[in-house]
Design a binder for this molecule. Structure first.
Ligand code: KIV
Length: 271
């Protein structure tokens, strides 16, 4: 008789070991049961239930509109599907910035209702109090620095961050502060490769990059982007592993033709 696995293979401790041994960490986003199951089967280390769901699942221009309830719904769907990878859930905009008590109750809601393994938050010194409080409840926290999409209205563009020395120095200080607070990993988004390498060597915890070069400890991509479902988004850092947009379009068109011509269903496809 097989026993359902109750604890996942990828833990915060295992990620730390991976960095120490120089084993790269692979992370992908997923938002639903079916695709999370395939990503798990492929052998991914971490699944991120990203607030990029606001863009790719709901069609919003930014990640800001997605709600706590919606993130919990996506997280529950993913957690139900997976056995081995760690499941990290993005805390949505407005649920942890500002009031650290509110941050803790949002964090507890996600963990209780989804049974995910960890949470991710965007920002450095500005959100440190919330990060400390969440960590004090025993919830593992992943940081996110560089281009932080929840601050898009402050930045004004999605261009590369921390090219200037002042912003680069603040980013390094923030990474060290997040590590000292107890974060188990940090995502670095869209920054110069040299800075990514430097941050990774300044901290012991794994640094997972998206457009942060090859000198970091792992890489993350948004599933819909790397599958080529979404053809309008093509930043330099994105490697497309498939052209699913064209595959899906072809399949939908063939189905429509088959229905219109009366070819579907045939004798074998009916009762
Ligand atoms: O929401 C998301 O998908 C993310 C990744 C881009 C890291 O935060």
């Amino acid at each position: 008789m097989s026993v359902e696995r109750k604890t996942r293979i990828i833990t915060t401790q295992r990620l730390l070991e991976m960095k120490q041994k120089g084993e790269k960490i692979a992370m992908l986003t997923a938002y639903d049961f079916t695709s999370a199951k395939i990503v798990d089967e492929a052998g991914i280390d971490i699944i991120l239930v990203g607030d990029s769901a606001a863009n790719v699942m709901a069609g919003h221009e930014t990640t800001l509109p997605i709600t706590l309830d919606q993130m919990i719904y996506h997280a529950q769907s993913v957690v139900r599907a997976v056995k081995n990878p760690m499941v990290v859930v993005d805390m949505p905009f407005g649920t942890y910035q500002g009031d650290s008590k509110h941050a803790v109750s949002s964090a507890i809601r996600i963990m209780k209702e989804s049974e995910a393994d960890a949470l991710k938050v965007e920002g450095g010194s500005e959100i440190l109090e919330s990060v400390r409080r969440i960590l004090s409840t025993g919830i593992p926290v992943m940081g996110h620095l560089g281009l932080t999409p929840q601050s898009i209205h402050k930045f004004g563009t999605y261009s590369v961050r921390a090219r200037e020395e002042e912003e680069a120095n603040k980013l390094i200080e923030d990474a060290i502060a997040l590590e000292e607070a107890g974060c188990f990993a940090i995502v670095l988004e869209k920054i110069p490769a040299e800075l990514g390498r430097k941050v990774s060597s300044c901290v012991k915890i794994p640094i997972i990059g998206i457009g942060a070069g090859n000198g970091v400890d792992g890489q993350v991509l948004v599933m819909h982007d790397m599958l080529g479902i979404n053809t309008e988004f093509s930043p330099r850092f994105l490697r497309r592993y498939h052209n699913l947009h064209d595959e899906m379009l072809g399949a939908f068109r063939r189905f429509i033709d088959d229905v219109k011509s009366g070819d579907f269903p045939n004798e074998q496809e009916q009762y």
